[in-house]
Design a protein around this ligand. Structure first.
Ligand code: SAM
Length: 258
């Protein structure tokens, strides 16, 4: 029965997604079907449409005449950490701005925390993650959580523990919905990469914005099709006149408020 329904849905997608360019595959049935189905998906993907409403900016345009020499350790990728191409862009902006204090929301294993600390030799890096003994059962009544598999696997700060830079890293443990952001000092550079649903993205961003008296540099990770909450939040800030942009060739959004 399920197979039958799937077949009906596919035929419906092909009929709705039919487009003239797909005709070039008319004698290759599989490719024809896939061209129509792809057109259907592209046209019906609301997040992708919303994402396209966020204008983009290049790293070149962000850096302007500034040069940023960064040191980067390329380590084996593990699910949940920042991909290398995003990391390079983040570090370049970080070094060009050279803030005295940074706040990262979402430490995870501490890959990015460590690389930020190693690239800013005199700065303090605050980073916050859920308590190590956090369990989803005890979080009922709080804001909705996502990335459950990542939360369960994390060894918070594993990458910087015991490293020289550790002395300039301040690890905070809290759920950011209930955290007093004032305990993170006076950061002016924010990397927002905790929970990626709308409620948390809004909570974290607004609290960071207040913490720096509305004068800060903000980077959000996962501003993409898979995270509609981040996209929705960014569009909301843009409506307020805040010129948040997606950075070309990354999954990050960027805004310098001053
Ligand atoms: C995608 S990972 C962060 C990756 C890290 N920034 C990096 O670049 O390697 C998201 C992290 O946010 C944490 N997190 C999720 N919800 C949170 C919350 N409500 N408060 C604090 N941390 C949270 C998760 O435990 C997880 O470690």
């Amino acid at each position: 029965m399920k197979q039958f329904i799937n077949k009906i849905l596919l035929v419906a997608k092909i009929l709705i997604g039919f487009n003239l360019i797909a005709l070039k595959y008319i004698f290759h049935l599989r490719r024809f079907v896939s061209a129509c189905a792809d057109a259907y998906s592209a046209a019906s993907n609301a997040v992708s449409y919303e994402l396209d409403r966020i204008p983009r900016i290049s790293l070149d345009a962000i850096l302007g005449d500034r040069q940023a020499s960064i040191n980067i350790r390329l380590v084996k990728y593990e699910d949940g950490m920042l991909p290398h191409n995003d990391l390079i862009v983040l570090l370049a902006i970080l070094v060009a701005e050279s803030p005295d204090e940074v706040l990262e929301i979402g430490t995870f294993m501490g890959h990015t925390t460590r690389q930020m600390a190693e690239n800013l030799k005199k700065s303090i890096i605050h980073t916050v993650d859920l308590p190590e003994n956090f369990s989803l059962q005890n979080s009922i009544g709080q804001l909705p959580k996502d990335d459950v598999h990542i939360i369960e696997r994390r060894v918070v700060g594993r990458e910087f523990k015991g490293q020289e830079c550790n002395s300039r890293i301040i690890q905070h443990f809290a759920d950011t919905a209930r955290w007093d952001f004032n305990s993170a000092g006076h950061p002016t550079f924010f990397f927002i990469d905790g929970s990626h649903n709308y409620e948390y993205c809004k909570n974290d961003s607004e609290k960071c914005f207040n913490l720096c008296n509305e004068k800060g540099i903000f980077l959000w990770h996962d501003c993409d099709e898979r995270h509609p909450g981040v996209v929705k939040f960014v569009l909301e800030w843009r409506k307020k006149g805040r010129d948040v942009r997606r950075i070309f060739n990354t999954n990050m959004a960027y805004w310098k408020s001053f």
